[in-house]
Design a protein around this ligand. Structure first.
Ligand SMILES: [Zn+2]
Length: 42
């Protein structure tokens, strides 16, 4: 299972689901600060 929640992992996910990884990247990457206004839109 995911280390950040209880989701099942896909073969591409090693220890955490993509959602948790994305959240962690935001916390770990200063350039990902949403207060900067650079929010990538899909
Ligand atoms: Zn997760």
């Amino acid at each position: 299972m995911c280390a950040g929640c209880t989701k099942e992992l896909t073969p591409e996910e090693t220890y955490a689901c993509s959602e948790c990884v994305d959240e962690w990247l935001i916390y770990r990457d200063p350039n990902g600060d949403i207060s900067d206004g650079n929010i990538p839109e899909q």
